[in-house]
Design a binder for this molecule. Sequence first.
Ligand code: NI
Length: 168
Amino acid sequence: MNNLKILTYPDKTLNQATAPLDNIDGQVQEMIDGMANAMYEAPGIGLAAIQVGWDKSVLIYDISPREDGRELHVLINPKIVNQEGQVISENEGCLSVPDFRADVKRSEFLTVEGHDREGKPIRLDAEGILAIVLQHEIDHLNGTLFIERISSLKRQMYKRRMKKKLKQ
Ligand code: NI
């Protein structure tokens, strides 16, 4: 599956909350591989299943520096079990929100529980870029885009710009 398309705003699918995945079969592995291809091709450092129209609680990320090669991580049914502190995620962006970046308030520290692609339980303590990526992707799984977390003024600016663009 090499041709998964990344949906973009204002596609309503992106506002949909996802359901837990309860069976990790071959088809799921194929979808995850397809998501990885789409993410690397974009390129991006994180992708949630709903961004390719798959309404399951699955996210992937790879925050390894490019020179070090790829290091794909998969989180199935992730849940934030603890969050502390506050940081500004500067110039946050999203593959589903093209040509737009903004500062977003995020938690500084995060503990996430979930499963890997083999179904093995995972518990992650995250900070820095990893904490930001996880919050961003888990937001996606709840149907929330990062533009819902910025000032309404900035959000309206973006929405107006997109409306104009779509009319062209
Ligand atoms: Ni995103």
